[in-house]
Write a protein that binds this ligand. Sequence first.
Ligand code: RFL
Ligand code: PHB
Length: 389
Amino acid sequence: MRTKVAIIGAGPAGLLLGQLLHTYGIDNIILERQTADYVLGRIRAGVLEDGTVSLLDEVGAGERAHREGLVHHGVEIAFGGVRHRIDMHAATGRTLMIYGQTEVTRDLMSARAAAGLTTVYQAADVKPHDFDSDTPRVSYAKDGITHEIACDFIAGCDGFHGVSRASVPESSIRTFERVYPFGWLGILSETPPVSPELIYTNHERGFSLCTMRSTHRSRYYLQCSLDDDIGQWPDDRFWDELKRRLDPRAVEHLVTGPSIEKSIAPLRSFVAEPMRFGRMFLAGDAAHIVPPTGAKGLNLAASDVHYLSQALREFYAEKSAAGIDAYSATALARVWKAVRFSWWMTSMLHKFPDTGEFGARIQLAELDYLVSSNAAMTSLSENYVGLPF
Ligand code: RFL
Ligand code: PHB
């Protein structure tokens, strides 16, 4: 088999890259370790920047997002039992869209199927080879038979635990990491959201977030211990703890119900540099991880593949390597700003076991400053709606 770009991973990064390349007439094959249903079963991101929505539009996969997605103009930050609204639209002229990662993935999978592009699901033992030469290859096994794809380029879109980054010799890569001493326990429930906009709460018992997937489906998160497991969190305990962390008006409006999904995610900041190794590129979570507090992970995957698809378009259409040579530096400049923003939001909103009362007072001072300064609210808004790309 031969293709121009072999893409490893059918998450949002790989699927969106595949469609962008297809739009530019660049053929590609995706190799995915899991089944399509497994990929769709992962409940993750919920907030799309308008730049991400524009990319979905560009590949003809944005129609349902515009129909079913919820447009948000602001966000609420609560501390000391009081909620404060930040009007991001007033600050930036831009909005955000609530539309789940599952739905984004489903729409991209449908677009890919409609375009007749090849995706190999349940591809085992995927390995990139010879990406330091002009003739890279990717091998994989399917139903016990080994196959090989010859290609011009490899795109490693295989997430944090993927094989692409792991295939790079240690001496060629530098990594930067912060692991946070807590996790997020999330539940999804078929209940109306407690409030029309997201509520991020700093509380002495720990952070909480009220978010949603639609007008009848809610998503709630609680900061939890890394030692916690799902079994310790029956629904009643979750709702009780959430109520303890919310402001009184939110408690009054909270509608509880059985959870339809429950999971714990650890929080981490991670960046690998560079994002290009000869003819292999990394994009999305394969290259970087942010804690979910800034809602940036999926949106960064989208901006990475935007830069990468433009670079590859230039390579094929204009016979210029300038774009691929600049890819890593261009993508990383935006990545680090989102890493900084996500770290800042995480630092300001969570209870840190090791910073004591001093740390807690500093957080409250920062939050108080944030909601009383137009400059500070504008800065948060600019980052939250997404820096330009
Ligand atoms: P993914 O989604 O992990 O997809 C990678 C794909 O590669 C496959 N794969 C392999 N395939 C072949 N061979 C191998 N050896 C392979 N190894 C792995 C995997 O099966 C998978 O299908 O990475 P991608 O595409 O880069 O997308 C990144 C996003 O998924 C991620 O950044 C976001 O979900 C992060 N995130 C959020 N991002 C936002 O922008 N807004 C949010 O509101 C938001 N909330 C969140 C989040 C992530 C969370 N968790 C659980 C980590 C909330 C949570 C709780
Ligand atoms: C979500 O809707 O799952 C979500 C929203 C905002 C975040 C993280 C997750 O910061």
